[in-house]
Design a binder for this molecule. Structure first.
Ligand code: HEC
Ligand SMILES: [Cu+2]
Length: 384
């Protein structure tokens, strides 16, 4: 009986010491200037785990899918994937090490008596080793590990890689395939078609604010900066469809700035490009729709081969909208807001400010529904 009580007391003492230790840490934390948050007394550390840890299982369940960096589909993404795991591994190892040392400080017996000199030597050893040598070694190791990946994503000059320009706008993507000499660019929007199984150099820029180009399953990210070009080289292992998303907060509709990426076999890619060079053209008929388009829309939107005399010159705009030359063949509308299907364009034209509030296209309330439907029906026919 006696022994049990003693063990129990020892355990309680131990627990007391642990709690005391945490208290001291918390008090210090509170005492730090600048960290105090008046009116918030949630710094009582030995409490429950913070609410956000409840989300962790849900987050981990989302590790697959078309936007997952953990489901790499290209060489750059695969290397980034390993860097990600290596960093996670090192971070976990360091945390475990620190916790182990921390617990050790509770469990160890009275330290042997030391002279102040010895104390200082030991302290210095920890500061130099743990505070300087270890971080420097870790950062160098990480650099050695990560530098080849960075290099692999640099577009090396003129080795014949396909070159595609991506221009970010609030909040949509312009994609240009530069033509050979004298040829015109193929221009499309919110859809990126690229050859699979070979490196592709993306030349990136922006017309307004900073955006970022990111195809999670292929690699990235890369900032897109107004007035400057940056580049990234990515490769898709095999044909497929991938999601991409602007990765730099760029305003209200940042979330609705999705890019549909398709990797095609080289032959299919060439055929896809050839079909759009020159652009498909406005087609026959739809006279009223075309007239209304010239009056209300052509100031911002291009349709390849659209009759110049229909364009109302009085409408001057300092913003540009997506090129609509092949809009009927595109998979989505409004940078991923609506799937393209029959009637979708007319629906978008009537409700785009509700679907994507604040987007840069003015509401078309002054145009009657029939006209918008006629324009929508015509635009849906624009495909190669
Ligand atoms: C002031 C310039 C402006 C005018 C005028 C304008 N638009 Fe737009 N339009 C835009 C912008 C900017 C977007 C991109 C909106 C977004 O997704 O954030 C857009 C998007 C679109 C889209 C979706 C394109 C895509 O790739 O998903 C269609 C279709 C469209 N406009 C048709 C029209 C029609 C038809 C009219 C005339 C009735 C018109 N627009 C008038 C600027 C304009
Ligand atoms: Cu953004």
């Amino acid at each position: 009986m006696h022994g049990v009580a003693e063990d129990g007391n020892a355990a309680i003492d131990g627990a007391d010491r642990l709690v005391g230790h945490v208290r001291v840490l918390c008090d210090r934390f509170r005492a730090l200037p600048g960290i105090q948050r008046p009116g918030r007394h949630r710094v009582n550390c030995p409490g429950r785990p913070p609410w956000w840890t409840l989300w962790l299982p849900g987050l981990l369940a989302g590790c697959g899918g078309e936007m997952s960096i953990l489901d790499a589909a290209g060489s750059a993404a695969r290397q980034q994937f390993w860097i990600w795991w290596a960093m996670l591994g090192v971070a976990v190892a360091v945390s475990l090490g620190v916790y182990a040392l921390w617990f050790y400080t509770f469990r160890r017996r009275e330290p042997p008596p030391r002279t102040p000199r010895e104390e200082r030597r030991i302290m210095l050893r920890w500061v130099l080793g743990g505070g300087i040598a270890l971080p420097v070694a870790s950062i160098i190791a990480l650099l050695v590990f990560a530098a080849p990946t960075g290099r692999g994503m640099l577009p090396l000059p003129d080795d014949g890689a396909e070159r595609i320009e991506v221009i970010a706008h609030q909040w949509w993507w312009e994609v240009r395939y530069p033509g050979e000499e004298g040829e015109r660019d193929v221009v499309t929007a919110n859809r990126l078609v690229m050859p699979a199984g070979e490196p592709v150099d993306f030349r990136l820029t922006s017309t307004d604010v900073i955006h970022a180009f990111w195809i999670p399953r292929l690699g990235g990210k890369r900032d897109m900066i107004p007035g400057r070009y940056s580049s990234v080289r990515l490769e898709a292992d095999s044909p497929g469809v991938f999601g991409a998303q602007c990765a730099e907060y760029c305003g209200a509709q940042h979330t609705h700035m999705l890019l549909h990426v398709e990797a095609l076999e080289r032959g299919d890619y060439d055929a896809w490009l050839a079909e759009r060079r020159p652009p498909p053209g406005p087609g026959e008929g739809f006279a009223e729709a075309k007239e209304a388009f010239g009056e209300h829309c052509a100031a911002c939107h291009t349709v390849g081969g659209f009759a110049e005399e229909l364009v109302d010159d009085d409408l001057e705009h300092d913003i540009r909208g997506p090129d609509l030359s092949d809009i009927g063949s595109r998979p989505t509308l409004g940078a991923g807001v609506l799937p393209m299907e029959e009637g979708a364009i007319a629906y978008w034209l009537q409700h785009h400010q509700t679907l994507k509030p604040g987007n840069r296209m003015p509401a078309h309330d002054h145009i009657d529904t029939e006209t918008l439907q006629a324009i929508g029906a015509w635009l849906e026919t624009l495909e190669p």
